[in-house]
Design a protein around this ligand. Structure first.
Ligand SMILES: [Zn+2]
Length: 276
């Protein structure tokens, strides 16, 4: 569905965020009692805190799912899980969520959820809706990555968030929508291009096809062979301390001969993967 990606979350750059924070400081939320951050209830564990105006118990499956997700992300990507808090502002409904964002960050396009990373806070804004689990998993993954790494290239940030948003017993479940669209694209002559993805710097440049290609590259690297996984993990390890390590598109062909062809074959097979 088009809305799935159009409504996807974005990661705002620090520069944009600084501006947004300045404007946020200028208004008085108290002037309008219906516009406020959820705050009545909170649940927290590890580096996650969820604030809401309705009660979400510590044992709630959504909360427990995020705690498990944190472990999965750390284990799968071999990144240190530190204590930097990720705050989830979980609004009761879309209207309250939208009202808050419109007032605080005027001009943002309507999306189901936002991850906002600033030097002061790693925050997720979303509302209770039909896609809440997927949205929370996606945004919390952004939060975990930004808590542990110095930076993450936009396309990879989204590819990893798409990868971990799919719930299941183990990471790496198939996003059926992406898999079938990629299969159709291949039949229509589509050619993957990681270098093109690496050029994308703004979320507004990222289209649905880019999200699905980013997801597929991540799935390929993490599940295809030990060499592809090692290449990704080495890159992520460098991102812990280096903002500009050598790009993945330069590393992969060196470590994996014929990587483009292997990737195409892998993508073609994704549609036939069973659900685990
Ligand atoms: Zn995202």
């Amino acid at each position: 569905m088009l809305s799935r990606v159009v409504l996807k979350a974005i990661v705002l750059s620090t520069c944009v965020l600084s501006c947004l924070l300045l404007s946020a400081g200028c208004h008085s939320v108290a002037k309008n009692q219906s516009v406020h951050l959820p705050a009545r209830h909170s649940v927290s564990a590890e580096q996650l805190i969820v604030l809401s105006d309705f009660k979400l118990g510590q044992d709630h499956e959504l909360f427990q799912d995020l705690i498990k997700l944190r472990e999965d992300v750390g284990e799968t990507l071999n990144i240190p899980l530190n204590s930097e808090q990720v705050t989830v502002y979980l609004f009761s409904n879309q209207e309250e969520y939208r009202n808050y964002l419109d007032l605080t960050y005027p001009g943002l396009p309507p999306r189901r959820a936002y991850f906002v990373g600033t030097p002061k806070e790693l925050a997720v804004y979303t509302f209770w809706g039909d896609r809440i689990q997927e949205d929370l998993r996606h945004e919390f993954t952004h939060g975990l990555l930004h808590a542990s790494l110095k930076t993450v290239p936009l396309w990879l940030d989204e590819g990893l968030a798409e990868y971990f948003e799919v719930a299941g017993n183990t990471p790496g479940q198939i996003n059926r929508d992406h898999a079938s669209r990629l299969s159709a694209a291949l039949n229509n002559g589509w050619k993957p291009d990681m270098k093109r993805l690496e050029q994308l710097e703004k979320v507004s440049q990222m289209q649905r096809v880019d999200y699905q290609e980013a997801w597929a590259w991540v799935h390929f690297m993490l599940n295809s062979t030990p060499e592809t996984k090692d290449t990704l993990l080495e890159y992520l390890a460098e991102l812990k301390s280096n903002e500009k390590p050598e790009v993945l598109s330069a590393r992969l062909p060196r470590h994996i001969p014929g990587v483009d062809e292997r990737f195409v074959n892998y993508v073609a097979s994704l549609n036939t993967f069973p659900t685990r």
